[in-house]
Design a protein around this ligand. Structure first.
Ligand SMILES: Cc1ncc(COP(=O)(O)O)c(C=O)c1O
Length: 300
């Protein structure tokens, strides 16, 4: 990770190196925090944040299930994100807001612990930094069941499920994992949603046990505008392996073609036509080159 100049913490910009927390920070022990992953891209008009409002909405929504009251307004956080990018003089970056229960109380009930809020930004290229479509291993771990957690929330502690799956996949020589839900249907990657292409149509797992990704939502809208039919449904692993094309979506991973699932090659390991079309169009949208989607961008 490339060190930057400043991190915003609880209302102030502090030096990157000084952004430290107490060992007895509640969230460090129990995972009860909410966070977001957002990207800013260079556009003709200047650096712009992609779907900032939607990310901040989800941030507050996630925190609400922890009964965590973020001590800033949504608009203030949006403004601080833009300022943090400016102060760090970044043209393109990844943005990480995190709200966590701080120091002062132990025991599982976090109520009464202070709520801290930090915003960090840094340059982050392609998350799955591969020149060719990625190889994915179906994990032995299942996605956390919606009867055990709130699937729609992006909560720190959930990511232990993603960490287990990632370790397993990468240890076996794959780029990324794929998790099934507790019923055995295709769910999502450790930090990505998934789509398949069959006979020119797009399919993606319906909401329920997955994070409702903002990139997933963007891709569904973009595909419909491109005249591609999109269906949300339960998808079996067999259907996925028999697909013409498969790709991941996510803020970090963007639109990322999948060339192999376990030992099954997808589209002979090459990026497919539909995936390529959506991937390229997504890049045009985030870089402000598509008039129709300019309202998804907030200029820094
Ligand atoms: C588990 C999980 N699924 C899907 C996604 C993709 O979501 P988004 O497109 O909002 O980045 C993410 C990333 O936040 C994630 O962590």
């Amino acid at each position: 990770m490339e060190e930057q100049k400043k991190i915003w913490l609880d209302g102030k910009f502090i030096d990157w190196k000084e952004a430290k927390i107490h060992i007895l920070t509640h969230t460090l022990h129990y995972g009860g925090g909410a966070f977001e992953g957002i990207r800013a891209y260079q556009t003709e008009k200047g650096t712009s944040v992609f779907r900032l409002k939607e990310h901040i909405e989800r941030f507050f929504y996630s925190a609400s299930f922890l009964e965590m009251r973020i001590p800033f307004l949504k608009e203030e956080i949006e403004r601080v994100i833009l300022e943090t990018i400016k102060i760090n003089e970044l043209k393109e970056c990844y943005i990480r807001p995190i709200a966590f229960f701080g120091y002062g109380k132990m025991g599982l009930n976090p109520i009464g612990a202070p709520v801290n809020l930090a915003i960090a930004v840094w340059p982050w290229g392609a998350y799955l930094d591969e020149e060719k479509p990625v190889a994915v291993k179906v994990s032995k771990y299942r996605r956390l069941d919606p009867q055990s957690i709130v699937s729609e929330a992006k909560i720190c502690g959930y990511y232990i499920n993603s960490i287990f799956a990632t370790l397993e996949a990468q240890k076996a020589g794959f780029n990324e994992a794929l998790l099934l839900d507790s019923q055995g249907y295709v769910a999502e990657g450790p930090g990505e949603n998934i789509f398949l292409v069959k006979k020119g149509e797009l399919f993606t797992p319906s909401l329920g046990s997955i994070l409702p990704g903002i990139t997933r939502d963007s891709v569904i809208k973009i595909a419909k505008d491109l005249g591609i039919e999109v269906k949300e449904k339960k998808i079996t692993l067999e259907e996925l392996k028999l697909a013409d094309e498969v790709f991941f979506t996510g803020t970090a991973a963007e639109v990322c073609p999948i060339g192999k699932i376990d030992e099954t090659l997808i589209n002979q390991g090459k990026i497919g036509k539909v995936t390529e079309k959506i991937k390229n169009f997504y890049q045009r949208v985030v870089h402000g080159r598509e008039e129709k989607y300019l309202n998804w961008l907030t200029l820094v």
